[in-house]
Design a protein around this ligand. Structure first.
Ligand code: URA
Length: 219
């Protein structure tokens, strides 16, 4: 059973609750809760996976090497870090940077859900498998999901590779992220056609077997 934060009306209030959160075991190993940062009324919200070591130490998302690359690529579509809001699926660092577990994602989900509702962005960018699968409620991987903009709960959602994958995978992955961020720029400029003929759309994601994965579908 997960809590609802519907009555919470500001990000500050929500953050204050998150800062003392003990809803999962990640609370034990953290230095700081990495709640999220940026413009609280941003048009663009970016959702990563989980804080790493530097994020845990500073209490801020994407401040390590992945963050530097993310900032560079955002700059290429004329967005600064302060123009967007950045958060993660889980707010506390998993030990030794392991993948977040399903129970941890489930425990943390109400924070992300309420952040999304309060910020009310026009476009959500999901970075990598965890956030993309969770928000699109699918078991399909990021390689197949990315490349298009989805209409999602009254907004656009643009899934792309995690910048850490680009740091490992080189220019090809980086260029794929560039392409996807180009879609974000088109949306912001009102240049993206939503009426893409079905035949031109990359394979649609299959529904997840586990419906618990969705951000808004389960409580
Ligand atoms: N990777 C993430 O997914 N989030 C961060 O905040 C940092 C690295």
């Amino acid at each position: 059973m997960t809590a609802s934060f519907e009555a919470i009306e500001t990000l500050d209030e929500l953050e204050a609750i998150a800062l003392t959160c003990t809803r999962c075991g990640l609370a034990e190993g953290r230095t700081n809760v990495v709640f999220g940062a940026g413009d609280p009324i941003a048009d663009v919200m970016i959702v990563g996976e989980a804080p790493g070591q530097q994020e845990d130490e500073q209490g801020l998302p994407f401040v390590g090497r992945s963050g530097q690359l993310l900032e560079q690529l955002l700059g290429e579509i004329d967005l600064q870090r302060n123009d967007v809001y950045i958060a993660n699926v889980v707010k506390c660092r998993p030990p030794r940077n392991r993948d977040p577990r399903e129970d941890e994602i489930e425990a943390c989900k109400p924070y992300l859900r309420r952040q999304m509702e309060l910020i009310d962005p026009k476009v959500v960018i999901t970075l990598g498998n965890f956030s993309s699968k969770l928000l699109l409620r699918t078991a399909t991987g990021i390689t197949r999901l990315r490349g298009i903009a989805y209409e999602w709960w009254g907004r656009y959602l643009v899934p792309t590779f995690h910048p850490a994958a680009a740091l490992r995978g080189g220019e090809r992955v980086t260029n794929d992220i560039r392409h996807d961020l180009g879609l974000v720029r088109q949306i912001l400029d009102g240049r993206l056609s939503v009426d893409i003929p079905e035949t031109q759309q990359p394979q649609a994601p299959e529904p997840a077997v586990d419906t618990q994965l969705g951000l808004f579908e389960s409580t």
